[in-house]
Structure formats: structure tokens, C-alpha cells
Design a protein around this ligand. Structure first.
Ligand SMILES: O=P(O)(O)OC[C@H]1O[C@H](OP(=O)(O)OP(=O)(O)O)[C@H](O)[C@@H]1O
Ligand SMILES: Nc1ncnc2[nH]cnc12
Length: 171
């Protein structure tokens, strides 16, 4: 199945000069979405995860069904201030300013194998921050998986874990 044809291209969103790859049209097509999840599940299975971690918010859309398909638990990596109770944080630099990713304490046991899942890998800033956060709470990170990889932005090189992507598109 040609999964790339189910991604909508939106020029100049969220700002001029950015070509936004919109997965809404993929999600709306049940066969294409199922095929996407199946392909990602087969790529993740050999990483032998105990848990999958999804990055807010579009990452949740892929990580939750993948965790069910693989029979594993799902953990949320969220932006600052969204998770209740005690959390562990990691701040990372953006082009301007910084952002923070968080995970709830006690969700991950030290030594558990946690595969990171997100919809899209661009510069890799978000994903590498999430890998650092997962390691901070004692996780082993055997790999990361994305629906879309934007080639030419260096995201893959920024990640020090095996990285699987279903679609490789021009930034
Ligand atoms: O590789 P990077 O350059 O870090 O970019 C990729 C990140 O950007 C997007 O999230 P966004 O911040 O737009 O949040 P959303 O999922 O809530 O829309 C995407 O879902 C990734 O998480
Ligand atoms: N070009 C892009 N399209 C969709 N999501 C993104 N996240 C970062 N860059 C993106």
C-alpha cells in the first residue's frame, strides 16, 4: 500500500516556508492506518521492549495502538506541567528558548526496555530529549520508531539509538 499518498502536505504551516506533513488523512483511512501500525509493530518487535513511550501529542496516536498490538504497556512523555503527581523532567534547547519533557515517577522500573515512539522525526531535538529523559529514570532505550522521517534535517544522526521509520520524506 502506498502510505505516503495518505499524508497531506500543507504549505506554510505553522509559519511561512514550512511544509507541514499532516497525518490526519492517514488516521482517517482505517486500512492505511492499520498498515502503518502493523509495519511499525514489526520494526519494534525485535527491539524487545517492555514498554512503549509516546511523545505528546501526535506520538500518543501511534504509541498507544502499537503498545496494544505488541502486548506491552504505554507510558506518556509530556510537555511541561501536564502530568499529575511527582514527575522527572528534562529541559532541552529550542531554536529560541527551551522546552521541557516530563514522565511520571514510578511508571518505569530501572532496567526496563522502553522504545520511544513519535509521529515524525525532524531535527531530532524532541526525540533525543525524550531518550535522555527515559535514561534519567533508569530505562534502557533499545530503539526509536517514527511514522515519518524528514530527511536532510539530521534527526537520525542526533539519536544514539537504532531508529526505524516507515516513510522518508523531503523536509
Ligand atoms: O524532530 P523535531 O525537530 O524535534 O520535531 C519533531 C516533533 O515536532 C512535532 O511535535 P509538535 O511539537 O508539533 O507537537 P504535537 O505533536 O503536539 O503537534 C512532532 O510530533 C515531533 O514530536
Ligand atoms: N514539517 C513538519 N510537519 C509535521 N510535523 C512536524 N514537526 C516538525 N516538523 C514538522
Amino acid at each position: 500500500m502506498d502510505l505516503a499518498s495518505h499524508i497531506r502536505h500543507v504549505p506554510d504551516f505553522p509559519k511561512p516556508g514550512i511544509l507541514f506533513y499532516d497525518i490526519s488523512t492517514l488516521l482517517a483511512h482505517s486500512d492505511a492506518w492499520r498498515e502503518t501500525i502493523d509495519r511499525m509493530a514489526e520494526a519494534i518487535r525485535p527491539m524487545q521492549p517492555d514498554l512503549l513511550a509516546g511523545i505528546e501529542s501526535r506520538g500518543f496516536l501511534a504509541a498507544a495502538p502499537l503498545a496494544l498490538a505488541l502486548g506491552k504497556g504505554f507510558v506518556m512523555v509530556r510537555k511541561r506541567g501536564k502530568l499529575p503527581g511527582r514527575t522527572v523532567s528534562h529541559a532541552y534547547a529550542l531554536e529560541y528558548g527551551e522546552d521541557v519533557v516530563e514522565v511520571q515517577e514510578g511508571m518505569i522500573e530501572p532496567g526496563q526496555r522502553v522504545v520511544l515512539v513519535d509521529d515524525l522525526l525532524a531535527t531530532g531535538g524532541t526525540a533525543s530529549a525524550a531518550v535522555t529523559l527515559l535514561r534519567k529514570v533508569g530505562a534502557e532505550v533499545p530503539g526509536a520508531a517514527f511514522i515519518i522521517e524528514l530527511i536532510g534535517l539530521g534527526g537520525r544522526a542526533r539519536l544514539d539509538v537504532p531508529t526505524e521509520t516507515v516513510l522518508q520524506l523531503e523536509a
